[in-house]
Design a protein around this ligand. Structure first.
Ligand code: NAD
Length: 504
């Protein structure tokens, strides 16, 4: 075990718990959490049961009504959020290390950077709430109409395992900035980083009646939170199945929702692109974050003229990727998060061949025999060729290091294939022709289009998807709108003429 891993293992608790009013608790089952590098038990998770969730929401509601945070002066909220950012920065190593231990995401390439980005979200919203004005309208004569934003109430925040600390931070920063109380429900596969994050937020001065953490399975802890009538706002990041269940429950009580779901993003390579750059970009878009990225460029659409060479070069580079444990600083691809996820990725290699596709490389468990990682959840970087876009590998989100090539003959066909999916999260376009880039970008039904670049996230811009990739947007001022209610206040001045009803 490396020194780094030993250090983070020492920091990890033997049992991860929930935090309600700052107190560790959990009345539910003890669940094992595995280390993806080795397939060995890492720690236990004490699940929050329905009673714990009830207590967390009740405390959050009371905290909201009491006003220590919801009615705190803006400056006070800004100062606390800035302190949160500072504390996260000071603990970025620890947060990144804890995330890597439970997810297998590479510390040097993924989780440490995600922790730094988590801090940046708190700084960003601390500043934005101080500079975003509210509105005064004067269309009515001698009347001022004010539109202000008010906190909503208790926010139920659901996050996945592929961005444990960063995903939680993005939601907490926006929701807290607008004065809401929060109950965070992270993935049961990755409880360590979010638990430490919540401890840091409390240490920075977020009142303990305002912020609570409930840990456990989606079907137990998550379901209890989603169904709670006092949760007036739901922000969910995860898969479409859980998203649909949670969204319908929220709709039945008219709770606001934002859904950040999966994708099957197209990466379109035109022959006039800088092909070396496009190759680097295509590899990064599918193999970063162990292939476990919502916006992975999992369908690579390449023009027929350049297809043979581009695909051959891609396969060579994919075969040369260095696999390794999450703290190996040379590793480019780590393990999958769980044995279920490993089996799921491999099942697509079988389906591909049954449905008439071709496996170009990978599609099986990595053979690390003799290595201490032999029982880890490693899958070889996989490349497939699909004769058409109807194959399962082109329609289903695999969420692993699995790239599928498709061939197109002209721009129209490229757009048609790219849009032929129920998802619409991201799309990538590689071309040296600005007209083509803009025309294609306009025609793509996708929440984000990236031209000649792998993913970059601008904090001021909205992020989210079309269709089954989600509902509404987060990021920038879109989060501030989502995490607040708009209130209109009408104030006439200089005398108001009102018909004197009932007075003859
Ligand atoms: P998931 O849907 O299984 O779980 C997400 C969260 O919801 C977890 O906390 C889980 O415990 C909880 N949950 C699951 N079922 C639930 C239920 N029935 N009721 C209440 N809560 C429930 O997703 P995952 O496997 O953790 O994450 C992978 C998915 O997340 C992928 O589809 C990926 O594309 C998506 N994702 C999307 C974005 C985005 O911004 N669009 C970002 C990251 C991940």
């Amino acid at each position: 075990m490396s020194e780094l891993e030993a250090r983070f293992r020492e920091l990890a608790p033997a049992t991860s718990r929930s935090l309600i009013q700052g107190e560790p608790c959990g009345g539910g089952e003890l669940l094992p959490v595995w280390h993806p590098d080795t397939g060995q038990p890492l720690l236990e998770l004490q699940e929050a049961d329905a009673g714990d969730v009830q207590r967390a929401v009740a405390a959050a509601r009371e905290g909201f009504e009491a006003g220590s945070w919801s009615r705190a002066p803006l400056l006070e909220r800004q100062q606390v959020l800035q302190r949160v950012a500072e504390l996260i920065e000071n603990h970025a190593d620890e947060l990144g290390g804890l995330d890597s231990l439970s997810t297998g995401l590479l510390y040097h390439r993924s989780t440490r950077r995600q922790a730094i980005s988590a801090a940046a979200w708190f700084r960003y919203y601390a500043e934005l709430i101080g500079s975003t004005g509210e509105s005064l309208f004067r269309q009515l004569p001698d009347t001022h109409t004010l539109v202000t934003r008010e906190p909503v109430g208790v926010a139920g925040l659901f996050t996945p395992w592929n961005i444990p600390v960063m995903g939680a931070a993005l939601k907490l920063a926006g929701a807290l900035a607008m004065g809401n109380s929060c109950v965070l429900k992270p993935s049961e596969l990755s409880p360590l980083g979010p638990e430490r994050l919540v401890q840091l937020l409390l240490e920075a001065g977020i009142p303990e009646e305002v912020l609570h953490l409930v840990n456990g399975r989606g079907t137990v802890t998550g379901a209890a939170l989603a169904a709670h009538p006092d949760v007036s706002l739901v922000s969910f990041t995860g898969g479409e199945t859980a998203g649909a269940a949670i969204a319908s429950q929220a709709a039945s009580r008219f709770a606001k929702t934002t859904m950040e779901l999966g994708g099957k993003s197209a990466n379109i390579i035109f022959p006039d692109a800088d092909l070396d750059l496009a190759l680097d970009g295509a590899l990064a878009a599918i193999y970063s974050n162990n292939g476990e990225a919502c916006l992975a460029g999992s369908r690579i659409l390449v023009h027929r003229k350049i297809a043979d060479r581009f695909i051959a070069d891609f396969v060579d580079r994919a075969r040369a990727l260095k696999l390794g444990g999450c703290f190996d600083d040379e590793a480019e691809l780590g393990p999958q998060v769980s044995s279920q996820q490993l089996a799921r990725v491999l099942s697509f290699a079988d389906q591909l061949q049954e449905e008439g596709g071709e496996l170009l490389t990978g599609g099986r468990r990595a053979d690390l025999a003799g290595d201490k990682l032999a029982d880890g959840y490693f899958v070889l970087p996989t490349v497939a060729f699909a004769p058409n876009n109807s194959l399962s590998v082109c329609q289903e989100e695999i969420f692993g290091p699995f790239a599928t090539f498709l061939i197109f003959d002209d721009d129209e066909q490229a757009v048609q294939i790219a849009n032929d999916t129920r998802f619409g999260l991201a799309a990538y376009v590689w071309t040296g022709n600005l007209d083509r880039a803009l025309k294609v970008s306009q025609a793509l039904r996708s929440g984000t289009v990236l031209i000649n670049t792998p993913m970059q996230r601008e904090r001021n811009a909205p992020f989210g998807g079309y269709g089954h990739s989600g509902v509404d947007r987060e990021g920038g001022r879109w989060s501030l709108d989502f995490y607040s209610e708009a209130k209109t206040t009408v104030i006439p001045f200089g005398g108001t003429t009102i018909p004197k009803m009932g007075k003859a």
